[in-house]
Design a protein around this ligand. Structure first.
Ligand SMILES: NC(=O)c1ccc[n+]([C@@H]2O[C@H](COP(=O)([O-])OP(=O)(O)OC[C@H]3O[C@@H](n4cnc5c(N)ncnc54)[C@H](OP(=O)(O)O)[C@@H]3O)[C@@H](O)[C@H]2O)c1
Length: 302
């Protein structure tokens, strides 16, 4: 029954997609982009994550639904998708979906190394390429700084070999930000990935300005605090100023908050639902939040 409901929902959303003229344009005009400082490459500010939401069985109703999610994502002009060999098979599902949809060329694939030795990392990397059904990725990140002194040089070697275009490091907690900042100061990096949200805005104090100074691109994870923010706003109206800022949902507001910091390149919210994907893309249009609006949100969610 659950599966049938999902299939019906996916079908209904396909209908919705067919009825959305802007999704049929070759490249929708106006999805905001930011430049990767080390190359000048422009990337759309709205991306996607795969943790949890892509951890499904190949061929299941949830898998079919993810196909609709990705169709909306790519037709909406988005490109950046973050995954990891540590996400319970999500990278393999992503690889299969990209192949079936013919989306490898459009997709900016960001994946990770999460290993404790060079030998483990080499084996994991070989598995990642197989899972993602590719011979190279766009960004290779050291997951949660794990064994980074060994793994960052390895990622750089892979960059030299043309196996990844960019290297970076990730963390997802405020408590990891000091160490991320230390590494940004001492090592050349293309990207970092960090948590930043209305209820966890600490990165704006030091880390994000540092990345701007050093010319490091930034991916933002947990913009919805892993979904928990939606429980906090249940039955609450959006702030009075949201409509004039072009914001029609709490999801759009949380994503707008993340991309309103000028250091942020792309925010990578996860979703398994097509209608939520369509909604998230809308955050990549229209004006950014003013300082006063950002401060009002931080106060509301403190
Ligand atoms: N250390 C790291 O490197 C690290 C750590 C954390 C995250 N990440 C990356 O960042 C990505 C995003 O972070 P995250 O997945 O932890 O958290 P998130 O994007 O803050 O939240 C995702 C959750 O929000 C739910 N959601 C999305 N839209 C919603 C809506 N409109 N209403 C209610 N719920 C909604 C999703 O469920 P549905 O699927 O049901 O929509 C999902 O469970 C991850 O997928 C991963 O790629 C990296």
């Amino acid at each position: 029954m659950y599966a049938r409901r999902d299939v019906l929902r996916a079908g209904a959303t396909l209908g919705l997609l067919a009825a959305s003229p802007w999704l049929h344009a070759a490249a929708p005009v106006g999805l905001l982009t930011r430049k990767v400082p080390t190359t000048g490459e422009a990337l759309p500010v709205i991306g996607a994550g795969t943790s949890g939401s892509f951890e499904v069985e190949a061929g299941s109703a949830q898998y079919q639904q993810l196909k609709v999610v990705l169709k909306a994502f790519f037709e909406g002009g988005a490109r950046v998708i973050d995954t990891s060999p540590n996400y319970g098979g999500a990278d393999s599902i992503l690889g299969q979906l990209l192949e079936e949809g013919g989306w490898h060329r459009q997709c900016f694939i960001a994946t990770k190394i999460a290993a404790d030795s060079r030998a483990d990392a080499e084996a994991q990397w070989a598995g990642s390429l197989k899972s993602l059904r590719t011979d190279k990725v766009d960004l290779l990140q050291i997951h949660n700084l794990r064994d980074w002194q060994t793994q960052l040089p390895y990622a750089r070697e892979l960059k030299q070999q043309g196996k990844t275009r960019y290297v970076g490091i990730t963390h997802y907690l405020n408590s990891g930000q000091d160490e991320v900042a230390r590494i940004v100061r001492s090592e050349p990096l293309d990207f970092i990935q960090i948590n930043y949200s209305v209820n966890a805005p600490d990165a704006a104090r030091e880390l994000l300005p540092l990345c701007q100074d050093k010319g490091v691109a930034v991916l933002i994870n947990r913009a919805f605090d892993d979904g928990r923010l939606f429980a906090r706003v249940k039955d609450q109206a959006l702030p009075g100023w949201a409509a004039e800022a072009g914001i029609g949902s709490w999801a759009q507001l949380f994503l707008k908050f993340a991309i309103s910091h000028p250091a942020v390149t792309t925010v990578i919210p996860a979703t398994s639902r097509p209608e939520r994907q369509l909604d998230q893309l809308k955050a990549g249009f229209g004006p950014l939040l003013t300082q006063a609006q950002q401060q009002a949100l931080i106060k509301q969610f403190a």
